[in-house]
Ligand binder design. Structure first.
Ligand SMILES: [Cu+2]
Length: 309
C-alpha cells in the first residue's frame, strides 16, 4: 500500500514537472529524444549504460548506431533472459523504432552501452553523444549522469517506466517470500531461487552482513561476481551486481551505504575472502561494470552473467 502510494505520488510529481527535471529534448525529423541519462560509473569501471526515450511521430525507423567522445565505442544493447540468466547482448542491426510510438531504452531492456570509457562518468556530468537513425539521420544528444546506484538524475524515486505501468522487470525479480532470519541462509536461498537453473548450479559464498546491507560472492557456469543486497521489509533484495567495485568502501558509499557501514562491510568482506581460492576471487573480479537489479530508485536492470568478453 505504502509502496503504491509513494509510486503514485512520484508519478504525479513527474507529470507536473517534466520540463524542470529534464530540460533536454533533442529532435531530428519526426523523432524526439527525451530524458537521456547515464549512470555514474565506479572508479576503474570501463563500461556504462545510457537510457532514453525515443518518441517517433512519423513512420517506422531504426536506431542504427551511436558515438560519444568519452567512449572508444558505443554499442546498442539488449538485456534478456537466456536459460534463466539475464544476459546482455549487442544488437548489431540496431533497435527498431516503430511508427507513432514511444520506444524506451531503460534498465532491464534496450540500452546504449558506452564501451572503454577513459574517464568514468561522474554524477552531475553531461555526456555528449550522437545517435544515428536509419531514416531520420544523426542527432546530437546529452546524457545527464545520475547516481551510480541507478535512477535518473535529480529524481529520488522510480523513473518513467511507472508512467506506463510496466513493472514486469520488477515483478520477476522482486520476491516477497518470507525469509529465514539468518542472512547466511536467507541470502543464498534467495539468489538460488532467482538464478539457479537445472544445468547451472549457483554457489553463493561468502556472505557478509552489516546492518541492512549484505555482500554475497556468487559463481555460476564459469562466471561470477559480487552482489550487494539490501534488507527491506524483512526480505533481502539485490541492490546491484558488480565485481571488485564492491570491495572498496568508497565505492560502497557511492551506492548509498553510510560511511560506517561501507567501511565495516568492506572490512568484513576482505576478512571473509582471505582464505578463498584465487580462481574464485578471479571470478568475482571478472564481473565488469555495475548493474542495478532491484530497487525503488531504478528499474530492474540485470546482467548476472557479467559483461560478455
Ligand atoms: Cu549493455
Amino acid at each position: 500500500m505504502i509502496r503504491n502510494f509513494v509510486q503514485l505520488a512520484t508519478v504525479i510529481v513527474f507529470l507536473a514537472l517534466p520540463r524542470m527535471v529534464f530540460a533536454q529534448e533533442f529532435k531530428v525529423g519526426d523523432i524526439e529524444i527525451t530524458q537521456p541519462y547515464a549512470r555514474a560509473m565506479l572508479p576503474g569501471a570501463k563500461v556504462g549504460g545510457g537510457y532514453l526515450k525515443v518518441i517517433n511521430s512519423g513512420s517506422a525507423d531504426r536506431l542504427v548506431s551511436a558515438t560519444a567522445e568519452r567512449a572508444a565505442s558505443v554499442q546498442l544493447h539488449e538485456m534478456k533472459m537466456d536459460g534463466g540468466i539475464m544476459v546482455m547482448r549487442e544488437l548489431k542491426t540496431g533497435i527498431a523504432i516503430p511508427a507513432n510510438a514511444i520506444t524506451a531504452l531503460k534498465p532491464g531492456g534496450y540500452h546504449v552501452m558506452f564501451m572503454n570509457v577513459r574517464q568514468p562518468f561522474k554524477e552531475g556530468e553531461t555526456v555528449k553523444a550522437t545517435l544515428t537513425f536509419e531514416k531520420a539521420g544523426p542527432v546530437d544528444v546529452e546524457f545527464m549522469v545520475g547516481p551510480a546506484a541507478g535512477g535518473m538524475p535529480k529524481m529520488n524515486h522510480d523513473d518513467q517506466t511507472s508512467l506506463h505501468g510496466s513493472h514486469a522487470d520488477h515483478a520477476t525479480m522482486t520476491g516477497s517470500d518470507p525469509v529465514s532470519s539468518d542472512p547466511q541462509q536467507a541470502i543464498p536461498v534467495k539468489l538460488k531461487a532467482m538464478f539457479e537453473t537445472a544445468g547451472k548450479p549457483l554457489t553463493v559464498e561468502p556472505v557478509v552482513v552489516k546492518g541492512d546491507w549484505a555482500i554475497a560472492g556468487w559463481a555460476q557456469d564459469g562466471r561470477g561476481g559480487r552482489a550487494l543486497l539490501k534488507k527491506k521489509d524483512a526480505s533481502w533484495s539485490i541492490h546491484l551486481c558488480s565485481g571488485d567495485g564492491l570491495k572498496q568502501a568508497q565505492a560502497l558509499r557511492m551506492m548509498g551505504l553510510s560511511e560506517n557501514d561501507a567501511a565495516a562491510i568492506a572490512a568484513k568482506l576482505a576478512e571473509a575472502e582471505k582464505g578463498m581460492a584465487p580462481e574464485k576471487l578471479a571470478l568475482f573480479a571478472s564481473f565488469e561494470g555495475t548493474v542495478m537489479v532491484e530497487g525503488d530508485e531504478a528499474n530492474a536492470g540485470h546482467q548476472h552473467g557479467g559483461h560478455g568478453k
